[in-house]
Structure formats: C-alpha cells, structure tokens
Ligand binder design. Sequence first.
Ligand SMILES: Cc1cc2nc3c(=O)[nH]c(=O)nc-3n(C[C@H](O)[C@H](O)[C@H](O)COP(=O)(O)O)c2cc1C
Length: 156
Amino acid sequence: MNESIREAAQRSVLCWLATVDAEGQPNVSPKEVWAIADDQHVVVAHIASPVSARNIGLQPQVCLSFVDVFVQKGFKLKGMAHEVRADESDFSRWAEPLLAVVGQRFVIQSVLVIRVTAVAPIVAPSYRFYADETTELDQVASAMRTYGVLPNTNSL
Ligand SMILES: Cc1cc2nc3c(=O)[nH]c(=O)nc-3n(C[C@H](O)[C@H](O)[C@H](O)COP(=O)(O)O)c2cc1C
C-alpha cells in the first residue's frame, strides 16, 4: 500500500469491514478506529465488534473498503485477518496507531490485523461514464449538496 492509499484512508475517516461466518453468511459493519499500520497491514480496533472478531477466528478472509464521500473515490482491500487480544505480546505494537486515533476514550478489546493481499480502486460511476465532464471539484460540490454540507468559510 502506497502513500496515495494512506492519504485516501485518512481522508475517508470511516471504513467498512466485511467478514464471513462458517456458513458463508457475510457480515459488514462500519469502523472509525482503524489505520494503515505499514505497507502490508491494516489494523482495526475491536471496541464493539463481536461478530467481526468471531468471524475472523472462524474464517480469516476479509474485505475492507473506504471512500472519501465527498471526492467519491476510495479503495477496496482484500486480505487475511487475525485477532490480537490485549493480553498478547504484540498487542501494543498493533494497537499503537489506533490509540493515536482513539486515545483513552474507548477500551480496545483486541486488534483485528489484516494482511492485505489485493488492492483495487473504487470510483463513483460518473468518473468512468461521464469522464469528460466530471472533476473531483464537481463531485465534491455535488456531494456537499446531497449531504447538505455548507462550505467551510474558514478555509477560503
Ligand atoms: C460511525 C461508526 C464508527 C464505528 N467505529 C467502530 C470501531 O472503530 N470499532 C468498533 O469496534 N466498532 C465501531 N463501531 C460500532 C460497530 O460498527 C457496531 O457495534 C457493529 O454493530 C459491530 O458489528 P460487528 O460485531 O458485526 O462487527 C462504529 C459504529 C459507527 C456507527
């Protein structure tokens, strides 16, 4: 994972983690306390994610996606996950980037460590099907109208 993915991850704020149980039933839920730990690994805080944690114990294949909802671009990461509990020796290594996000506000029960094996971009269809007339600035303006977000006049 390169710097552009790292930047996109920071801008996206939220990611969605998909796991699957032993019967093949998919499960997806949002996570805000997550980080790209290094070139190969993404870490997600299990604060209140019992199903994700349980599924990873049964079946390590996961998919994690994130988009900047204003620019409407992001990435889909696939990989193999394992759970590192708070009493394990490498917990503090993996938890470090998450503690930088969450501080002392929540207890991190365990870290879901994902070794990323595939990365694919996600882009809104307008960038593909209306490429001539679609810019990132247009998409941001359009998304701000959709979400009812006013421009930040402090940055003007
Ligand atoms: C905006 C948002 C951010 C969240 N971030 C996290 C998070 O970083 N870690 C976590 O464990 N739960 C987080 N949650 C809560 C879980 O998504 C929620 O408890 C969910 O039901 C867990 O489902 P799971 O057990 O299938 O993972 C967040 C929820 C929302 C709405």
